[in-house]
Design a protein around this ligand. Structure first.
Ligand code: UD1
Ligand code: MG
Length: 451
């Protein structure tokens, strides 16, 4: 069965008090909308339509930026959820598959839940996702008859008896696309909110003899974001789950509450993450790696057995091969660090290749930027870069080559060669003592004059 995702994202988001559309606010480094799309990916949708209320280009750019694709339908007037879904219809004119409606501000619907909905679609025309609400509040109520969903009643329109129902509508719904649009065509707005309710399609479908059911998920999955406080709550919920998942997958966290994961962090088993580590987007860490305290990683790969930190920063494009070591106050960006290579102290290595077994001394800097363009530094295998070497890129240091401490390397260094690029040292015998005497007598004289 082919599937189209329709993601509703046209809400005003007034309570966010933001110039950014609500669905683009991030949780764990990805917009809320991207979380919804990633969950929906389990259904292998062959198209995704995001119904946005404004800033269509901004929404589209964000979607593309996260490697996803979607078409944006604009809903310029907010007339209710059925009206919102109807905006996707022109983009699904010839479409014969299923449609699954998700909310762009509800990031935690799990792939497993969507799979269960798809399974229920084999036996029912329409499947709605419900949840047992601890506090049913203003949610729409699911009126069940056995396992048949008879209708959904919005809180505003519900009777006392209906309000007593605790099985509530999450908003997620699956149905054949054509049937969905056909049913929406019959929805009116004669209700307490004068809105076109998507939820009305269930009663209409039942009147037409179609079958409908609801499956239940955990209430936590249906958590929506409407304010900055709820955004922070969603972040906390995400982090709590990510920490638990990491530990369940065999990762040791010394202080789980101080480790922050991104939406796509991958960490292999038997790796160890110390206190106060932050993973930005795009990080993968292989088994048995050790990320020490106060390190910040994003867009990088750490291979098996590598040790990072404490106080290290791995930026996008940092690739650490097995057993590499990145120590304190070292920044690595867009650089391949070979097997067993060591950059242990106070260095910047960017736009570089560092060969296996090479040792980079303290304070080394790859001068990769000339103010206009970036250039690469290549360092071979088993080389030794002396402390405080400036490598002015583009430049190459060969295999088993050495640079002397304090060198400013502007020319390539051949395999096995030693480069010395600093002023010669001159020693003046006894001169230091003479200088001390001179300076001390000067100081005494000044103190006498000052009284
Ligand atoms: C909706 C459901 C309710 C359910 C609840 C779950 C309807 C009529 N009601 O109510 O049964 O329990 O969600 O949270 O469907 N949106 C648009 N365009 C619109 C209106 C809404 O894009 O014209 C989007 C919103 O951005 C939001 C979602 O649809 O993401 C739901 O809209 P909202 O106004 O929050 O609906 P509720 O009243 O909460
Ligand atoms: Mg709502």
């Amino acid at each position: 069965m082919s599937t189209a995702l329709i993601i509703l994202a046209a809400g005003n988001g007034t309570r966010m008090k933001s110039d950014l559309p609500k669905v683009l606010h991030p949780v764990a480094g990805a917009p809320l909308l991207i979380h919804a799309m990633r969950a929906g990916a389990v259904l292998e949708p062959d198209r995704t339509i995001v119904v946005a209320g404004r800033a269509a280009e901004q929404v589209e750019a964000a979607v593309n930026g996260f490697g996803q694709s979607a078409r944006i339908a604009l809903q310029t007037e907010r007339k209710g959820t059925a009206h919102a879904v109807a905006q996707a219809q022109p983009m699904l004119e010839e479409y014969d598959g299923d449609a699954v409606v998700l909310y762009g501000d509800t990031p935690f619907i799990s792939p497993q839940t969507l799979e269960r909905m798809a399974a229920a679609r084999r036996t029912h025309d329409i499947v709605v996702l419900g949840f047992e609400a601890a506090d049913p509040g203003r949610y729409g109520r699911l009126v069940m008859q056995g396992d048949t969903l008879e209708r959904i009643v919005e809180f505003k329109d519900a009777s006392e008896a209906e309000r007593a129902i605790t099985f509530c509508n999450s908003g997620v719904i699956a149905a054949p696309a054509r049937m969905l649009f056909d049913l929406i065509g019959a929805v009116g707005n004669d209700n307490a909110a004068a809105e076109y309710y998507l939820t009305d399609i269930i009663g209409i479908a039942r009147d037409r003899g179609l079958s409908a059911t609801a499956i239940a998920c955990d209430e936590a999955e249906t958590l929506g974001v409407n304010s900055r406080t709820e955004l922070a709550g969603a972040e906390a919920a995400f982090q709590q789950r990510a920490r638990r998942d990491a530990m369940e997958n065999g990762v040791t966290l010394y202080a789980p509450d101080s480790v922050y994961f991104a939406f796509d962090t991958v960490i292999g088993r038997d790796s160890l993450v110390e206190q106060n580590v932050v993973f930005g987007p795009g990080v993968s860490v292989e088994s048995g790696a050790h990320i020490r305290a106060f390190s910040h990683l994003e867009g990088c790969h750490v291979a098996r057995g590598a040790i990072v930190g404490p106080y290290a920063r791995l930026r996008p494009g940092a690739e650490l091969a097995e057993d590499a070591r990145i120590g304190n106050f070292v920044e690595v960006k867009n650089a391949q660090i070979g097997e067993g290579a060591k950059i242990n102290h106070l260095s910047y290595v960017g736009d570089a290749d560092v060969g296996a077994g090479t040792n980079i001394g303290a304070g080394t800097i790859t001068c990769n930027y000339d103010g206009v363009m970036k250039h690469r530094t290549e360092i071979g295998a088993r080389a030794f870069i002396g402390s405080n070497t400036m490598l002015v890129a583009p430049v190459r240091v060969g295999d088993e080559a050495m640079t002397a401490s304090g060198s400013v390397i502007t020319k390539d260094v051949g395999d096995g060669d030693l480069a010395l690029a600093r002023a010669d040292q001159i020693n003046k015998p006894g001169m230091a003592r003479k200088l001390f005497d001179l300076l001390k007598s000067k100081k005494k004289k000044q103190q006498k004059e000052a009284g």
